[in-house]
Design a protein around this ligand. Structure first.
Ligand SMILES: Cc1cc2nc3c(=O)[nH]c(=O)nc-3n(C[C@H](O)[C@H](O)[C@H](O)COP(=O)(O)OP(=O)(O)OC[C@H]3O[C@@H](n4cnc5c(N)ncnc54)[C@H](O)[C@@H]3O)c2cc1C
Length: 385
């Protein structure tokens, strides 16, 4: 057999998995990517937010594990992931929203995160003086949260994996799982070439559901279009501003390289699509929210040509799906991160490797098991993003 494991997809998840398999298991790994280079899917579209503030213990544990690994990342791979803990600031206008944030803090404590905290309006004003706070009643803040560079993390795993002997084949077209009975035998490339392996990993991001379906496996992962508006260079907001998230509607913003990145998860004409055309009409609704919550943005000019759209990879409960597919032995799923795949990639790559190698796991990953949908045991996500 040529390879121990084939990984379908060279995004941040596929490269993390490939690296960990080679590093921890000394396995012979080959990554198959339809595009001509790494990061052609969602990874290259991500804005680099990193947070531990989630509403379920499992997501908090993934973030804490990922953070530990990011702190060692440069030493391990040679590339600086540029983790900058400037914080995430969630702001709320109603008691019901505050209650949701408090419940999230309880879940965070359960998972061992002690640094997140409730903040008053006065503290919000100190943490981000640019916010309009007239309608706010409070919020939460965590100083471990902040930013990373998605393409740096991807590059780090890609280069380190190559040094460990992982092979990458780009431009292979839509690779399909080669199935024999109830076992994955390898992959079939678009040109008909068959590559044999002991196991196959689905790391196809928003397209993972399609890859699974072709293999006769049911995987509820759907694409969800998300847009990012970017301003021209704007000096009124500092680079150190925390990611500021309005719980009312999920509007959030950060500063990167002197420009403001604005996200508003509403007002798109087509959300459930694989298309990533940028919808200009969305800018009006987004700008209205931005000008309300951050009045100084009235002075900012949008750089429409460089604004973009990309795809989240949604699972029904907005949590990752991790483990062997129940219907197909040797076919492993690491999918459905639902817009959190960059920040969780370091953890998910190691956890899947531990599963494949039969190694001990640092915590219970049962909440991520692929069978939970059929069992009706979905995670309860109250998070706004
Ligand atoms: C606008 C936006 C902002 C985001 N911001 C954040 C953020 O702040 N923080 C965060 O953690 N996450 C963020 N995300 C989510 C993040 O980008 C994804 O969760 C993450 O990139 C998923 O990584 P992946 O490797 O699974 O998928 P991808 O990066 O999409 O990689 C999948 C790869 O599989 C390839 N592929 C697909 N099908 C096949 C096939 N049949 N054969 C071969 N190759 C195939 C694709 O070409 C692609 O390269 C954001 C996403 C968007 C769109």
């Amino acid at each position: 057999m040529a390879y121990d494991v084939l990984v379908l997809g060279a995004g941040i998840i596929g490269c993390s998995v490939a690296y960990h398999l080679a590093q921890m298991g000394r396995l012979r790994v080959c990554v198959l990517e339809r595009a001509s280079q790494i990061g052609a899917g969602s990874t290259g579209k991500a804005t680099g937010g990193f947070r531990c503030q989630y509403s379920t213990p499992i997501n908090v544990r993934l973030s804490l594990m990922a953070r530990e690994k990011l702190l060692r990342f440069q030493e391990e791979t040679g590339v600086d992931p540029e983790y900058r803990p400037y914080g995430y600031l969630f702001v709320a206008s109603t008691e019901a929203q505050m209650q949701t944030l408090r419940e999230a803090i309880a879940a965070q404590r359960e998972a061992g995160l002690t640094e997140s905290r409730e903040v008053s309006v006065a503290e919000i004003e100190a943490l981000n003086p640019a916010l309009y706070t007239g309608d706010l009643i409070g919020g939460t803040f965590c100083p471990l949260d902040g930013f990373t560079r998605p393409m740096k993390i991807l590059q780090g795993y890609y280069e380190a994996a190559q040094r460990l002997g992982v092979e990458f084949r780009f431009g292979v077209g839509e690779a399909q799982v080669w199935r024999e009975g109830d076992r994955a035998r390898g992959a079939i490339l678009a040109n008909g070439e068959r590559i044999e392996a002991g196991a196959v990993v689905n790391a196809a991001g928003a397209w993972a559901g399609v890859v699974a379906q072709q293999a006769g496996v049911s995987l509820p992962v759907q694409p969800l279009k998300r847009q990012v508006g970017i301003t021209r260079p704007f000096s009124e907001l500092p680079e150190t501003m925390p990611m500021s998230v309005d719980v009312n509607d999920g509007f959030h913003l950060r500063v990167r390289d002197g420009r403001v990145l604005l996200l508003y998860p509403h007002a798109l004409r087509h959300e459930h699509t694989f298309e990533t055309d940028f919808e200009r009409e969305w800018l009006d609704a987004m700008r209205e929210r931005a000008h309300y919550r951050v009045p100084c943005l009235r002075n900012a000019e949008m750089d429409i040509e460089n604004s973009w759209a990309g795809l989240y990879e949604m699972s029904p409960d907005k949590h990752a799906i991790l483990g062997e597919a129940p219907e197909l032995r040797g076919f492993y799923l690491v999918n459905g991160s639902s817009g959190h795949g960059v920040m969780h990639a370091p953890a998910l790559g190691e956890l899947l490797t531990r599963l494949i190698l039969g190694m001990e796991l640092p915590f219970d990953i049962a909440p991520l098991r692929p069978t939970r949908f059929a069992e009706g045991m979905l995670n309860r996500d109250t998070g706004v993003l």
